[in-house]
Design a protein around this ligand. Structure first.
Ligand code: AMP
Ligand code: MG
Length: 522
């Protein structure tokens, strides 16, 4: 891979763990430990992204090489690199969890391409000092989910880590999917994912919790210097500005999640990227019927902390933890509190603008939220598919009547026979108000519809779609992975040959494991 330009800033500028034994332990006074990936017994490439390869400096021809296979399965180390696992901590489900770290992620190297830096990281490449009680491996099903979803999110315009490659390790991995005492062997897999860095909120929390304040200062300054170079001024001002920037990018990411109906499922502070990127695709899910209370994560089914409608509040809670971590450098609560306090307010402003754009109301200056709140509750009266509803709403014209408008969105109802009586009345009431406002819009029906179609996706990675690709892949057929990968590269386009994926969740997927209930086991 002749154009791959290795340039390791993280390991050359930050303190390394002097202990190079790959044993599970508490690792103090350091940001990372050097480790070697486990050697996979028989790696095979399932899929790779040409776009991501080119982005980091790998040619599409090189993807088929032995060198690519060996490097991104962990079989061989790239020349002039030293892989490492990062040390971080975090709050899980609201509780302090102490040291977590890259338990099954190994950073291969940083590369520089077209003046941009990328970190290439393997997920599922074996144990590290941070593996706690687990094996450091990943199974095929969760790897397919991560690989496909990250790319789908990217093409939806949602900030995310990217996927370079998906490989089978050739080894078997033992997992108890339902945590009910029935472990079984599954195929092991390795994803190479790419991001500017994999620094998390928990990276800073760890240093503060251990009172490693010298490292904290050095690490924050390292992060600002390399990733937020626009931040200038007095050190304290810089730290505050850094926090503000992270709050802003995090807020924008959540607005996008709510726009496309993505539920992360495990918004622990160790799963929050400092770059405001969606990271760590585990038991995530896509809203099918619009239900703000839905969480895909079975571990979260009791408290529903990570439910769709709670994602903005959780983001703010997570930012509080980051603020606490930065506090020893700032020594003043007020500026941090101000940023935190404005988070929900700013979110609501952005959310409203986003929601109105989903409705095609681009020039409106409405100050009330009736239309938004009215729709949010109407969508819950009877199971209504979020993606289909908004996409078909783009077909409603200014000349439509209430009845003909409802006709245009009725495919989104899971039980059309329920749309009678008071439910039908609510929809009629909502559409009457909507049509009135639509008629005040400046854009023509055609222009508005085109704009709406850039905001309301036609195709998302519905939970059952990923599961179908997984079921086929388990049998050695990877064609559906490629089909979905290509489909989801153009989520806003009409793709007549793929109309079958613009459909409500089939009945069999309603309560199937992997479709509506996701386990953290991965
Ligand atoms: P997650 O909830 O997946 O973000 O993981 C929380 C922590 O557990 C992180 O430190 C992970 O690296 C670690 N972890 C998760 N799965 C494994 C695994 N199979 N082997 C080792 N560590 C793991
Ligand atoms: Mg994680």
């Amino acid at each position: 891979m002749k154009n791959l330009k290795i340039n390791n800033r993280f390991t050359s500028e930050l303190p390394a763990d002097p202990d190079e034994t790959n044993e599970i332990r508490q690792v103090k006074n350091t940001l990372f430990s050097f480790v070697y990936p486990a050697k996979p017994s028989n790696p095979t490439l399932i899929h790779a992204s040409n776009e991501v390869a080119e982005m980091v400096g790998i040619t599409t021809a090189e993807i088929q090489s032995e060198e690519f296979l060996n490097a991104f399965s962990g079989k061989e180390i790239l020349p002039e690199t030293r892989p490492y696992a990062m040390c971080y901590a975090g709050h899980q489900f609201g509780n302090w969890a102490g040291q977590l770290g890259d338990g099954r992620a190994i950073n291969l190297t940083e590369v520089e391409h077209n003046n941009t830096f990328f970190t290439l990281q393997l997920k599922g490449a074996g144990k590290t000092p941070y593996s706690r009680t687990a094996d450091g491996l990943a199974v095929l099903r969760s790897s397919i989910r991560e690989y496909l979803c990250a790319e789908a999110m990217y093409y939806l315009g949602v900030p995310t880590t990217r996927s370079l490659s998906l490989m089978l390790s050739g080894d078997q991995v033992l997992r108890d999917v339902l945590y009910n005492g029935n472990p079984a062997y599954e195929k092991g897999a390795i994803v190479c994912r790419v991001a500017p860095s994999f620094i998390r909120f928990g990276s800073f929390e760890m240093l503060t919790a251990r009172n490693e304040l010298k490292n904290l200062k050095e690490f924050v300054e390292y992060t600002i210097k390399h990733y937020f170079p626009e931040i200038k001024g007095e050190p304290k001002e810089q730290y505050i500005q850094f926090f503000k920037t992270v709050a802003d990018t995090t807020r924008k990411m959540i607005v996008d999640w709510q726009r496309v109906g993505f539920v992360h499922g495990v918004m622990n502070t160790d799963n929050m990227s400092i770059h405001g990127l969606t990271i760590d695709y585990g038991p995530y899910g896509w809203l099918e019927n619009y239900d703000p209370n839905w969480t895909p994560n079975t571990t979260d089914s009791q408290n529903r902390r990570y439910r769709f409608g709670n994602q903005p509040q959780v983001a703010q809670w997570n930012l509080y933890q980051l603020a606490n971590a930065l506090y020893p450098l700032v020594n003043e609560a007020e500026p941090l509190e101000k940023i935190l306090e404005s988070f929900i307010n700013d979110f609501e402003i952005d959310y409203k603008e986003m929601f109105l754009s989903k409705l095609g109301l681009f020039t409106s200056t409405y100050t009330d939220s009736n239309l938004i709140e009215g729709l949010e509750s109407a969508l819950q009266l009877s199971e209504t598919d979020m993606t289909i509803f908004f996409r078909n709403l783009g077909k409603v014209t200014k000349a439509d009547a209430v009845e003909s408008s409802i006709e245009k969105i009725k495919d989104s109802f899971y039980s059309p026979e329920e749309i009678t009586g008071t439910i039908l009345d609510s929809w009629k009431k909502w559409f009457a108000e909507y049509l009135q406002r639509l008629n005040e819009e400046a854009l023509s029906d055609k222009d508005r519809s085109e704009k709406m179609n850039q905001i309301n996706p036609k195709y998302v990675l519905r939970n059952y779609m990923a599961q179908l690709a997984i079921d086929d892949a388990d049998k050695g057929d990877y064609s559906l992975i490629n089909e979905l990968y290509l489909l989801l590269q153009k989520p806003y386009n009409e793709q007549p040959e793929s109309e079958k994926w613009f459909a409500k969740r089939p009945d069999w997927a309603r309560s199937k494991v992997g479709c509506s209930m996701l386990s953290c086991s991965s």
